[in-house]
Design a protein around this ligand. Structure first.
Ligand SMILES: NC(=O)c1ccc[n+]([C@@H]2O[C@H](COP(=O)([O-])OP(=O)(O)OC[C@H]3O[C@@H](n4cnc5c(N)ncnc54)[C@H](O)[C@@H]3O)[C@@H](O)[C@H]2O)c1
Ligand SMILES: O=C(O)[C@H]1O[C@H](OP(=O)(O)OP(=O)(O)OC[C@H]2O[C@@H](n3ccc(=O)[nH]c3=O)[C@H](O)[C@@H]2O)[C@H](O)[C@@H](O)[C@@H]1O
Length: 391
């Protein structure tokens, strides 16, 4: 619980902060708000266009009135709202989470993707810099793009050498595909905003921290199509596979599911963010990978593990044919491309913040799929048992 004797990693008392959290109503924002309200005395100005995922924190009758006192929701679209600068000025720290960040949008809505991840973030950086306010900006592991190893011959032994695939904040290059592969519109916009923030730090003294999340997953991630999101929408892989499992459909493996990812439990990752918030002297000026290098799987292996875990938590027998292959063109459309492999180097975050992830992939899937089953299975059953609409 919040207490006045809380100290940072260097033993100094932590002052209560006012935090302007942009995109607080999303997946990461909702977990960050929960954690900060429960374990710190900080106040949150929560900015978003939606608040469904933080409703339970905003309504005192569902939680403690003292928690709700420390969070204030502002329904603001940062694209065009003159209140933004005032809210940043009122705060000690701004955390920017707002973004379009679902791969299905990158090649189909590249303009919206670039505007959201670069243009709309510009005023936030500018207001922080001009008003001498600290900024924690959410970038992405996608700024690394593809690994160097992916360009080597398939049978090259160098592909096994970590030098060719481990992703390091201060050493790895950013390798994107050609412009016609619009998948990279997101990564490229995020890279440019990182460079701009870094330059504001170098030239104008902006105090910043950049976070590069590596596939954070857990409850409240994205939406289940047709239940709490559009029927035709394509969320990120956790929600796609959860949706398939809930509907007893085979899980779709894009181009055979050979890409590799490291997944980290949202609750582990949020601990790293809390350390950044409360240890500015150790976090300012740094770019941090936040991921779990021990949880690497191919997407195919993820599908198999999710099928097994879901069967355990729902007591339903898996389908005889649990997965099917689909082409990326069929699934995402023209212009899709993919990161081959994503292993975060942990040296910098370890040295600066002493942080390490804890939760295994099996355990995080067990708690997440228990949540998905509890939250959605009845609604999915109802939706699928309705006769098809005749209108
Ligand atoms: N979840 C991950 O593993 C992951 C990985 C890499 C990067 N990130 C980055 O972290 C950030 C948060 O990701 P998330 O997974 O919570 O996504 P999310 O989509 O759940 O949350 C983003 C939130 O920002 C809000 N938002 C978007 N545009 C806005 C605008 N113009 N004005 C106000 N609010 C706006 C959305 O309504 C949403 O609630 C993003 O910047 C994303 O690129 C996340
Ligand atoms: O989470 C991250 O760290 C970053 O990566 C994600 O990108 P990606 O991992 O490619 O997105 P997912 O939708 O989670 O897909 C992971 C893999 O699963 C595959 N996939 C996805 C959905 C599906 O139904 N089937 C399937 O095989 C994709 O092709 C991809 O290879 C998103 O770009 C961002 O949320 C974020 O910046």
């Amino acid at each position: 619980m919040a207490s006045s004797t809380r100290v940072d990693l260097d033993g100094n008392p932590i002052k209560p902060l006012t935090i302007c959290m942009i995109g607080a109503g999303g997946f990461i924002g909702s977990h960050l708000c929960e954690k900060l309200l429960a374990e710190t005395p900080h106040k949150i100005l929560a900015l978003d266009v939606y608040n469904d995922k933080i409703k339970h924190l905003l309504e005192p009758e569902h939680g403690s009135p003292t928690l709700a006192d420390r969070i204030q929701f502002h329904r603001i679209n940062i694209k065009h709202d003159s209140r933004l600068e005032g809210l940043i000025k009122m705060s000690d720290l701004t955390i920017n989470l707002a973004a379009i960040c679902t791969p299905a949008d990158y090649n189909t809505r590249p303009l919206d993707t670039i505007y959201s991840n670069f243009i709309d973030a510009l005023p936030v950086v500018k207001y922080c810099s001009e008003n001498n306010k600290r900024l924690i900006h959410f970038s992405t592991c996608e700024v690394y793009g593809k690994t160097i190893g992916s360009f080597l011959p398939k049978d090259s032994p160098l592909r096994q050498d970590p030098e060719y695939y481990v992703l390091k904040e201060d050493a790895s290059p950013c390798i994107f595909g050609p412009i016609e592969k619009q998948r990279w519109s997101y990564a490229c916009a995020k890279q440019l905003i990182e460079r701009l923030i870094y330059a504001e730090g170098a030239e104008n003294g902006l105090e910043f921290t950049i976070v590069r999340p590596f596939n954070w997953i857990g409850p409240r991630m994205d939406f289940i199509p047709g239940i709490d999101g559009p029927s035709e929408g394509v969320p990120r892989v956790l929600a796609c596979f959860s949706n398939n499992l809930l509907r007893r459909e085979p899980l779709k493996l894009v181009d055979g599911g050979q890409s590799q990812r490291t997944f980290i439990y949202i609750k582990d990752a949020i601990e790293a963010v809390q350390l950044m918030i409360e240890n500015p002297a150790r976090a300012n000026g740094h770019i941090f990978n936040v991921g779990n290098p021990n949880n690497e799987v191919t997407v195919k292996q993820l599908a198999e593990m999710m099928t097994e875990v879901y069967s355990k938590v729902s007591s339903e027998t898996p389908l005889e044919v649990p997965t099917i292959d689909v082409s990326s063109k069929e699934f995402y459309g023209v212009g899709y491309d993919d990161s081959d492999k994503r292993i975060p180097d942990m040296t910098i975050i370890n040295k600066q913040l002493g942080w390490n992830p804890k939760t295994s992939l099996w355990d995080l899937l067990e708690s997440t799929l228990t949540y998905q089953h509890r939250t959605y299975s009845e609604a999915v059953k109802k939706a699928t048992s309705k006769p098809a609409s005749t209108s």
